[in-house]
Structures are given as structure tokens and as C-alpha cells.
Design a protein around this ligand. Structure first.
Ligand SMILES: Nc1ncnc2c1ncn2[C@@H]1O[C@H](COP(=O)(O)OP(=O)(O)OP(=O)(O)O)[C@@H](O)[C@H]1O
Ligand SMILES: [Mg+2]
Length: 546
């Protein structure tokens, strides 16, 4: 009787260990689930050995326990022999073989993970990380469920993939269809307003195709810093420029003029004034101002040599001529019913423009994005509602110094940024390596549909980490010293080496079967694309608009 209770307790403990082991590895996709031959033929003995081995990662301990328990089982089974001699003999032989066979060490788990523990997390891992949802910032799907960051959870998102890989159709549109909160949406193709606009009756649209509402960049200018920001965004100095003097001076003239005429002229009128007048007249007029900020800014340019002045006026005119001449820009940056950054607290904001005119409107567009970004960093911490900044074709907006400054702050202001782009190389070209690092360090969730350039492939492979692989090798000796058996027959030995290999090799990113998601504090997962046009719920959301 006591023996039976003991056996039950022991098995109880083993089953408990088993469940715990399973829970610990449960979040990992493709854990090796190889069934060993020993497990099939000698299930009970192998169960004991395998449980001890996986719990303590020790072949020695498993050996000792099997030695003890297997011998004990043999003793317990002895009485069977007295009941039926023949069957008893077979049974005891079977137990004996089980015992001996299960004393041999196990190999499958040789991989200790010392050289890397990277793995793909599975559905239950994503669920524990609260990433299986109906709404939110959509990364993809797993089975029938959406993998998405909940609307109120903080963290920024970057979506990478070449043209036509589904960034817009499987990430951005599903996000805009399901997101609860307000959003700032840059619609360059344009397709987003058309498909999703009807869902957001509280929207305000800045439309470059059929202009209605305007956006006055001077409306948010309250301080000296604001006007300097404006000038720095319109005439950006890329970090790789060796001689920034001309651009800095052009910035100063622009800032000085904006400060001077703020409230009396519209932005397009200022642009016209600066492009139509000769340089000395402009400087003379601004220097004679009675506003101290105007004077401080223009003083930085006073005393400049005339040939230098010509170059910098060239710089200034190149930037501003479009504001002075393009009828749509004149209208949008002029006076009239206007959108301002604080509208985002109550409205969805869409910026709609034709792709073909992107180059013309780019600076104005990046100014608007920068001013919204600045505004959002000045919200109180954890302000409501949640706000999404959806920046499709992000690199095409050009260099925005305000964006790199703001990106780390936005997260705590209940703002999630979602940028969509083709590669890291694009970011490098615009923001240089340092700017790219700042941006990528603040992208807490990254989805990669594919990556074709070396920089991106290497970065994403490194970001996924390394796993430990067990490599099987065979050594064949040609014979040892004379007199040994080896000398006659040669010797064979099998050895197993651990090696650190990338979870995803760089070149695999060229052609991914599934998209890869890097989730903050959670790990790496493989997800399917969540195309809106393949999902009934989303299709009907789009249809409602007609
Ligand atoms: N309504 C639709 N019905 C069927 N297929 C569509 C629909 N809209 C887009 N697609 C297809 O989905 C794929 C992904 O398109 P998507 O616009 O998402 O690409 P993208 O990654 O945003 O590329 P790009 O960088 O060019 O914007 C394309 O092959 C496109 O043809
Ligand atoms: Mg797209």
C-alpha cells in the first residue's frame, strides 16, 4: 500500500514538473517536438528521464533517478512472476530493458541556449503580451486573429517593406479602419481618405487637390523658438553639410521676416515679399524694425559680403518661390478657415495630396508634420484622447529635425507614431546614421515585410538575435598506436557542438514567407498579412463609404 502511495506522489511531482516545463516553453514557436523512439517503446521510464532532464538540464541527475526508480519498479513487479511465470518473465525482461535503455543520456536538449536563446513567439506568447486584438495599430494576423497594439498602449511603430508588399493595404488601412482615438494621417497616394474618411465624421481635411480648409504655418508662432523652428524645417541643414553658413543665414532672414509680418501678412505674402525684393532692401527693412526679435535675427546676417548675400538669397528664393507662385499653396498657406495643430484633440486630420506634386509640396508638408509633432510633445503626460500619427511614405516627407527631437517624448504623451517606409537605407540618406539610430531606437514595434538592402537585412537579423544550434559531427580516426583495437579498425566518434546562429539570416529578409514582427519587451514573431480587402469586417467598413 505504502509503495503505491509513494509511486502516486512521485508521479504527481513529475507531472507537476512537466506542466511547468511546458508553460515555460509555451510561448515559443517551433520548439523541437521530436518524439524519440525510446519514448514510444518505453513510455513510463522515458517520461521519468525526460521530465527530470528538461527540468534540471542534467543527464547525470536523470541517470541517478532512472537508476533508482527503474530498479525500484523492477522490484515492485517481481510478484507478477509468481502469478504467471511466462508473462511475468516477459514483463520483467521488458522492465529490465526499459531500465537499462533509459539510463543512456539524451541528446536532443544538448542545446543549453548559452549561445543565444532567440526564438519565435507563438500565439499564446502574443496573447500574453496583449497583442491579439480587434482594434488598434495592426501588425498582421495570426490564424484568424488580428495582431495589433491596443489603441491605448504606448509605443511607436515602423513598417518596412518594398513597393507592393502590403504596408498600406495590410497595416495602415486596417489601422485607420479600427483605431479608436484621433489620428493625423498623411495621404500621399491618395487612397486613405477615400477608403476611411467616412468612418470619421469629425475629420478636417487639408486637401492639396481640391483646396478647402487652409493651414497657416504662422498661426502657431508664439515665441522666438517657434519661428526659428519654422525656418529650420523649411530650410533644413542636413547633418552631412560641411558649410552650413548660407543655409543658416537664409534661415535667419526667413525667421526675421516671419516674425516681423506675423499677424499682418499671410505666409504666402511673406514668401512673395522675400522673393520679389532685392536683398539689401529686405535687410534694410528688417533691420529698421522696432521688434527686438526681428532685429536679433537679421543682425546675424548684417555686414555680409555681397557675393555671399547673392548665394544665400538664391537659397532662400529656391525654397520660397513655390509658396509665392503655386496657386494651391498660395491658397492653403494663406488666410481663411484654417486647421491648426490643436484641432487634433477633437478631430481626425487628413493631409491629402497627389503623389505627382509631392516634390513641390514637400517642404510645406514637412513643416505641417513638424508643427503638429511639436504641438503633440507639449501635451500633458498621458493626455486624452490617444493620438495616432500615421506617416505613410515617411522618407518622402524629407528631413524633419523636429521629428527626431520629438520622437522619444511622444510616447509618454499618449501619441503613437506609425511610419511606413521601404528600407533603413532610405532613412540613412535623409537622417544620416545617427538620426536613423534615434528614430529606430524609438520604434518599439517593427514589422518587416521584406528588406532588400544590406544595411536593413543586417540590422533586422541582428535585432532578432541568435539561437543556439547543435551541430552533429563525426570524427573518423585512421588508427591509433599499434596494438590497440583502433589501430586495426580505425575509430568513429560522433560529437555535438553548440554554435550560435542568427534566428533569421540576413539574406532571408529578401524573400520572407511571413512578415516578421519585433514586439517591445516580448520578442520576435512571424505574422501573416492582414489585407483589409481579404477581411469581411474591414471590407464592409470600407464599403460603407460607397
Ligand atoms: N483593393 C484591393 N484589392 C486587391 N488587391 C489590392 C487592393 N489594394 C491593394 N492591393 C494589392 O495589395 C498589394 C499591396 O499593396 P500596398 O499598397 O499595401 O503596397 P505598399 O507596401 O504600400 O507599397 P508602396 O510602397 O508602393 O506604397 C499590391 O500588390 C496591390 O496590388
Ligand atoms: Mg503604400
Amino acid at each position: 500500500m505504502e509503495e503505491i502511495i509513494m509511486a502516486v506522489i512521485l508521479f504527481g511531482i513529475l507531472i507537476y514538473m512537466r506542466i511547468r516545463n511546458k508553460q515555460q516553453t509555451d510561448n515559443a514557436e517551433d520548439n523541437p517536438k521530436k518524439l524519440s523512439l525510446r519514448a514510444i517503446i518505453f513510455p513510463i521510464h522515458y517520461f521519468i528521464r525526460n521530465t527530470i532532464f528538461t527540468t534540471f538540464k542534467s543527464n547525470g541527475l536523470a541517470f541517478i533517478l532512472v537508476l533508482f526508480l527503474g530498479g525500484y519498479a523492477l522490484l515492485l513487479a517481481m510478484p507478477v512472476w509468481y502469478i504467471n511465470e511466462k508473462a511475468g518473465t516477459y514483463f520483467l525482461i521488458y522492465l529490465l530493458i526499459s531500465w537499462v535503455v533509459c539510463l543512456f543520456p539524451q541528446r536532443t536538449e544538448l542545446s543549453s541556449g548559452e549561445l543565444g536563446k532567440a526564438h519565435f513567439i507563438n500565439e499564446s506568447g502574443l496573447k500574453k503580451g496583449h497583442l491579439l486584438n480587434h482594434n488598434g495599430l495592426v501588425f498582421g494576423k495570426k490564424g484568424n486573429q488580428l495582431v495589433a497594439k491596443p489603441d491605448g498602449m504606448d509605443g511607436n511603430v515602423a513598417i518596412f517593406g518594398g513597393a507592393g508588399t502590403g504596408k498600406t493595404a495590410s497595416n495602415l488601412i486596417p489601422t485607420i479602419l479600427t483605431y479608436q482615438g484621433n489620428a493625423f494621417v498623411v495621404d500621399i497616394k491618395p487612397e486613405l481618405l477615400e477608403k476611411t474618411g467616412h468612418l470619421h465624421p469629425n475629420k478636417k481635411v487639408l486637401n492639396f487637390i481640391t483646396p478647402g480648409l487652409a493651414y497657416d504655418p504662422l498661426a502657431v508662432i508664439d515665441s522666438y523658438t517657434d519661428v526659428v523652428d519654422l525656418a529650420q524645417t523649411l530650410i533644413p541643414i542636413n547633418p552631412d553639410i560641411k558649410e552650413p553658413y548660407f543655409k543658416e543665414s537664409a534661415q535667419n532672414i526667413l525667421a526675421s521676416a516671419c516674425w516681423e509680418f506675423k499677424g499682418t501678412k499671410s505666409f504666402s505674402e511673406i514668401a512673395e515679399w522675400l522673393t520679389a525684393n532685392p536683398a539689401d532692401k529686405i535687410i534694410e527693412h528688417l533691420s529698421a524694425s522696432n521688434k527686438s526679435e526681428t532685429k536679433i535675427l537679421i543682425n546675424a546676417v548684417a555686414g555680409i559680403k555681397s557675393e555671399q548675400l547673392a548665394s544665400l538669397m538664391n537659397e532662400l528664393r529656391n525654397t520660397l518661390v513655390v509658396f509665392a507662385t503655386d496657386p494651391i499653396l498660395r491658397q492653403l498657406s494663406g488666410k481663411g478657415a484654417s486647421i491648426s495643430p490643436k484641432d487634433i484633440e477633437e478631430n481626425w486630420i487628413y493631409l491629402v495630396l497627389p503623389e505627382s506634386k509631392l516634390q513641390v509640396y514637400k517642404r510645406y508638408l514637412s513643416l505641417i508634420v513638424s508643427q503638429f509633432t511639436r504641438y503633440l510633445t507639449q501635451r500633458p503626460e498621458k493626455a486624452q484622447p490617444n493620438i495616432l500619427m500615421a506617416l505613410d511614405e515617411f522618407p518622402r516627407l524629407g528631413f524633419m529635425p523636429a521629428f527626431t527631437d520629438a520622437i522619444s517624448t511622444l510616447r509618454s504623451r499618449n501619441v503613437s507614431v506609425m511610419i511606413l517606409l521601404q528600407s533603413l537605407a532610405q532613412l540613412d540618406t535623409i537622417y544620416q546614421e545617427n538620426g536613423r539610430k534615434v528614430i529606430m531606437d524609438n520604434m518599439h514595434y517593427v514589422v518587416v515585410h521584406n528588406a532588400l538592402d544590406n544595411t536593413s537585412q543586417q540590422y533586422f537579423s541582428d535585432r532578432a538575435g541568435a539561437k543556439t544550434a547543435v551541430i552533429k559531427g563525426k570524427t573518423v580516426g585512421t588508427g591509433g598506436s599499434t596494438g590497440t583495437i583502433d589501430a586495426l579498425f580505425g575509430s568513429h566518434s560522433t560529437n555535438y557542438n553548440q554554435q550560435s546562429i542568427p534566428l533569421i539570416r540576413p539574406e532571408e529578409f529578401a524573400n520572407l514567407e511571413k512578415s516578421i514582427l519585433y514586439a517591445y519587451n516580448l520578442g520576435v514573431a512571424r505574422v501573416d498579412k492582414a489585407y483589409w480587402f481579404k477581411d469581411n469586417r474591414m471590407k464592409s467598413l470600407v464599403k460603407k463609404g460607397g
